[in-house]
Each structure stands twice: as C-alpha cells, then as structure tokens.
Design a protein around this ligand. Structure first.
Ligand code: KG4
Ligand code: ZN
Length: 349
C-alpha cells in the first residue's frame, strides 16, 4: 500500500511541501509565500518566482521532516504539481521530486494543480475535517483564485467535468487589477474585502457579465473596464473617500456572478454537496452568500480553511496518494506543462 506521500507544489509563486496520507490527513505542511518579493512589481514575476523556489525548497523539505519526525523511509511516494503553471516554477518542484524519488527508490506522480484545488476540501487535520470522504458522493466545485475561475461537477478521482470557466480574467485577478486601479497595492483581494465591510455595495452600478445566461462561462474583463471608466469619471479628490463604496460595489458584482452560476450548477446537477476552493474563497462576502445559497438549496457547503484554499502542497499530496494507491506512476521523463493535459478534465467550456 501507498499510505504516505511527500508532496511539492511550486506551480506559481508559493513554495509548499506537505506530508499527507491516503485518508487525506495532513501530517505536516509548510508553505512559504513570496508575495513580498512580487509586490513591488504589482504582479508575479516568473523569474523571481522560480529563483525563490530553488532557494528555499530543499530547506522546506528538511524542515518538514524534522518537524513531523518522519524520515524518507516512512514515505511511500512523491507527488509534485507538474501542470498547469509557470514552467520555470514547475521545473524546480519536478526536478526535486524526481531526484528524491530516484534517490529513495520510491514512486513518483505528477499532479494537475487544479485537481489539487478540487480535492482540498477533503483534507483533514487536528482542526479541520469536512466530515466527507472524497468520491463518496458527487459534488459541484467552484474553484476561484488569482489564476482560475472554474466550475466542476466531480464524481470521483479523475472524473472532473468542466461546467464552465472564465473566458478572460480570473476572479482573483479581477480583484487584484481593481486593487491596483485604486492604489491598494498587490494582491488587492483581501484589502478590497476589508474595505467593503464599511462600504455601500449599491453605491455604484457595475456590470454582471452573462449572469442571466444559461451556461457556466464567466467573464470579468467588461467589469474591469467599467470599473476603470468609473474611477476615471470621478474627480480625483473623490476617490479616496469613496474607496469603501467602490470596493463594496465591485466585490458585489463579482460575487453576484459567482453565486448565480454556482446556484445554476447545483440546480442542473441536483447535487447535495458543494465546495468552494481557491484563494478567493477567503472572501467574506462570497462565503456569506455561498452559505445563504447552501441553506436555501438544502445542500452541504464545504470551504476548506485558508491554508488549504490558497496554493498548497497538501492538496497535491491527496491527489497524488490516491493516484499512486490505484497504481498510477510517472517515469523520470515527467516534464512541466503550462496547461492541463487533454485527458485531465471532461468537457471543454
Ligand atoms: O489560490 P491563490 O493563493 O493563488 C492562485 O492560484 O492564484 O489565490 C490568490 C488570489 C489573489 O488574486 C487574491 O487577491 C485573492 O486570491 N484573494 C482574495 C481574498 N483573499 C485572497 N480575493 C478576494 N477577497 C479575499 N478576501
Ligand atoms: Zn491555485
């Protein structure tokens, strides 16, 4: 049996390592954010991201083993994100995982980063458990982060039907770009969330793209341009006192669209379980509205704790251990891919 895997996630700008077993129990996880390095540039600089991964990754693996008390002989395999992501960043994790697998003669599996986000709600530790077993019943998953905005219908391992995704910007990206327009720094999502608490969400009328349409596609570029025009139309001196109203109105527009599509997905697929994952699921208004929706529809909602919502290795470990356990392996020629593999998901949005 494959029980415990060591997992590595370096697909974007967070470096993360974790030890996970096949029940989804997280025996240890260390994640290191690089936000401070990218903030001066107002976005992720790929070269800085992969350089930082290469500087810290081995140290984090060491620290993980020391703090959990495990040694390599307790580990049954290695899981690593190899797609989709920034190729330079992915390579750092892949080369490290391959080397460890080779050196310790243990199996290796490359994992799709988005599959990780889909499985994250089913992780567990001393503080958190959804009470659900992955694969026990179908669910709808809304994955919203800086890089992705997708709705999935999930049956079990490897059966992920893409209901829809964004045609342009991801929801988190939209938050971050709006934050930049307001001069809130980067990434702006959490600051917009905070400001919105004291703002009037009806202060400004912003578009909800394709909200009425009977499909699950998203688009946030129209909202972004409208927000830009709105800010430019205000007298410069009026922007600072209206930051909270601007934030609340923008946030409500994003959340309205996400919730309305999520509701349609629940109705279309008659599921009893719904999950929201990805960095944007930290958004307090999205959480509130998702909870309201779940109550109204009589479904169970799971949103994992923040450390499993943002990019992390534990979610990669769970996908990896389940795949290794059912016999899947990758050879040492495993490489990075900027996009998903054709068979990773069913249905093209
Ligand atoms: O999952 P994540 O850490 O990285 C990606 O895979 O992209 O997500 C980061 C994104 C950023 O765009 C950030 O602004 C957004 O999640 N975010 C939020 C909040 N906290 C983080 N967006 C809205 N409200 C928040 N509270
Ligand atoms: Zn992600």
């Amino acid at each position: 049996v494959i029980d415990k895997v060591l997992a590595i996630e370096t697909s974007c700008d967070d470096t993360s390592v974790a030890l996970v077993d096949r029940q989804g129990r997280v025996h240890g996880m260390i994640s290191q954010s690089q936000d401070a390095f990218h903030e001066p540039f107002g976005g992720i600089v790929p070269e800085i991201a992969c350089r930082n991964h290469s500087l810290v990754l081995l140290g984090l693996v060491d620290q993980l083993l020391r703090t959990t008390g495990y040694s390599f002989k307790d580990i049954d395999g290695f899981a690593v994100t190899n797609r989709p992501g920034l190729v330079g960043s992915l390579i750092v994790g892949i080369v490290t995982a391959k080397t460890l697998a080779q050196a310790h003669a243990k199996p290796l599996i490359g994992v799709n980063h988005l599959e990780g986000h889909i499985l994250a709600p089913f992780l567990q530790d001393d503080q958190y458990s959804s009470g659900e077993n992955f694969g026990a019943r179908p669910f709808v998953c809304l994955a919203v982060s800086g890089g992705h905005t997708s709705l999935y219908h999930v049956q079990n391992l490897g059966t992920y039907k893409v209901l829809g995704a964004t045609l342009d910007d991801a929801a988190g990206e939209a938050f971050d770009k709006f934050g930049k327009m307001l001069g809130l720094g980067w990434p702006g999502g959490s600051r917009i969330d905070l400001l919105s608490k004291t703002g009037n969400k009806k202060a400004f009328d912003l578009p909800r793209s394709m909200i009425k349409e009977d499909h699950f596609l998203f688009s946030f570029s129209g909202l972004k341009s409208s927000a830009q025009r709105l800010i430019e139309s205000l007298p410069v001196a009026e922007v600072p006192p209206r930051l909270a109203d601007l934030s609340a109105s923008f946030q409500e527009a994003v959340v309205d669209v996400l919730i309305s599509k999520l509701q349609k997905a629940i109705e279309a697929h008659k599921v009893e379980l719904v999950a929201v994952t990805g960095g944007v699921s930290a958004n307090s208004r999205l959480r509130e509205r998702a909870q309201e929706l779940a109550v109204r529809k009589g479904v169970k909602l799971i949103i994992p704790p923040m450390k499993y919502c943002t990019d992390n290795a534990a979610m990669i470990g769970l996908a990896g251990v389940l795949r290794l356990q059912r016999g899947e392996r990758h050879e040492l020629n495993l490489g990075p891919s900027p996009s998903s593999w054709v068979d990773d998901f069913q249905g093209t949005p």
